[in-house]
Ligand binder design. Structure first.
Ligand code: NDP
Length: 421
């Protein structure tokens, strides 16, 4: 009886290749970040060059980078704690409680922009971030390891109901990777929610700005391609922080524990691989025609429109299905009491938000021309990520909604791209 009870408190399902995946990914992905950054800064920028253009170990460490990363996380933590903006409640947890979250990410971004403007006005050499990018990435990777270790250890003091359903298998490597605790907090400070949209996401656009300033140093003014990449990605980050409340209903917050996967993704992977295009443009300038630029702006605009409209429609529907903007939409009832949208954006494909996101990803790479594959890393990686994420979500929805989900799938047969996938 006792052993049965212990067994049932452990999750048995494994994702991301199980223990093997959870052992290899924490080693391979940090190396991938350093590899991509090194290739991106090399004259050939070719992922096929052999031997790979790896920097000497000494170039991976700079105490200034450690100071900047520590200062950055401290600044963003301070901005998180500022009593500005509203406070929202997350979804109902297994113990029927709801956590409170500060919705002040957009304030953090705005204050950061003001501080950066002051730095630029004072003549601080932001372009130096180009030189510092490898040591910065090393420090961010180190922080994500340390944070994940802390999260893993402290999770053993968390009550059973506070553990994520997926990261609690009893296998230390797998649980370290997936994250045991669902919403680890120090007092009211929610570590997962903080990392999700603040230091890494805002850090990404700051690094982009650094690359733009480096271009100004080298060539006197920023190129059109660099302005587009900076503008598109700033729009994406601003949108995420403007709509910060929506993160409270995402898989990351609702379902996944906080472990290495999210900590590394948020703090190291996003800021140092999502901005490869800007870094590429510093070393490999591109000339872009006005017509080409207009086409790329249009593509980004269409992607953004689909992404924003579909995400907002679902969020509105989940918050208040009687709201006039969604009350006319056709829905399917499910046994849980929740309904599924089957017309509007969510009747077009099963993940219209992913489609919009992918179109934008392509628009971010196109300013870098067609001569290299490296600036297309994000769109390739993101396609794989979203296909995998869609499959995970599909499985969870099937488990949640059973037959109603099957009906939805038969009514809306395509997952992301109409008539293709
Ligand atoms: P989604 O916003 O797509 O949410 C999926 C959930 O929506 C399902 O679990 C289900 O939850 C609900 N849902 C699904 N179908 C319907 C329907 N027909 N009617 C009503 N509700 C439905 O999840 P993600 O967190 O994956 O994505 C959010 C956004 O973040 C996307 O735009 C994505 O592209 C983006 N993203 C970006 C990343 C990046 O690195 N740039 C990484 C990951 C995501 P329930 O029914 O329980 O409400």
């Amino acid at each position: 009886m006792k052993s049965n009870k212990r067994k049932s408190s452990h999750s048995t399902e494994r994702e991301f290749g199980g223990t093997l995946g959870a052992t290899c990914i924490p080693v391979l992905l940090p190396l991938t970040v350093l590899y991509l950054l090194s290739v991106c800064r090399s004259p050939a920028a070719s992922v096929l060059q052999w031997p790979p253009p790896l920097p000497p170990i000494a170039q991976l460490w700079d105490p200034l980078a450690a100071v900047l990363i520590a200062g950055w996380i401290t600044l963003q933590s301070f901005l998180y704690l500022l009593p500005v903006g509203k406070v929202s409640e997350g979804l109902v947890l297994r113990d029927r409680s709801r956590l409170k979250y500060p919705i002040n990410g957009f304030h953090s971004l705005s204050i950061t922009v003001v501080l950066l403007s002051i730095c630029l006005y004072l003549g601080m050499p932001l372009g130096y971030l180009f030189e510092l990018v490898l040591p910065l990435a090393v420090c961010a990777i180190a922080v994500s390891y340390l944070l994940s270790m802390y999260l893993y250890i402290r999770s053993f003091w968390a009550p059973q109901h506070a553990l994520a359903l997926g990261g609690n298998t009893g296998n230390p490597l797998y649980d370290f990777f997936m994250g045991r605790e669902l919403n680890p907090r120090i007092g009211d400070f929610d570590l997962k929610y903080f990392c999700e949209l603040r230091p890494g996401l805002i850090g990404w656009v700051v690094i982009n700005l650094g690359m733009l300033m480096k271009e100004v140093e080298l060539r006197g003014s920023p190129s059109l391609a660099m302005l587009l990449v900076n503008g598109f990605q700033l729009l994406y980050v601003t949108d995420a922080l403007w709509n910060e409340e929506a993160v409270l209903t995402t898989m990351d917050i609702v379902h996944d524990g906080f472990g290495f996967m999210l900590a590394f993704g948020d703090l190291a992977w996003v800021p140092f691989t999502y901005g490869l295009q800007a870094m590429f443009l510093v070393v490999h300038p591109q000339s872009l025609s006005n017509l080409g630029a207009a086409g790329i702006v249009l593509l980004n605009g269409i992607g953004y429109y689909i992404f924003r409209k579909s995400n907002s429609q679902k969020n509105q529907f989940r918050r208040d299905p009687t709201h006039k903007s969604v009350s006319h939409l056709e829905t399917i009832a499910t046994a849980t009491g929740k309904r599924l949208l089957v017309s509007g954006w969510w009747g077009f494909v099963r993940h219209p938000n992913y489609l919009g996101d992918l179109l934008m990803a392509l628009a971010w790479s196109l300013p870098c021309g067609l001569s290299h594959i490296l600036p297309y890393f994000y769109v390739i990686y993101f396609t794989v990520l979203l296909i995998h994420r869609e499959a995970r979500d599909e499985k969870q929805c099937k488990a949640k909604y059973g037959l109603a989900w099957d009906t939805y799938c038969s009514r809306v047969p395509y997952r992301i791209i109409p008539y293709i996938y």
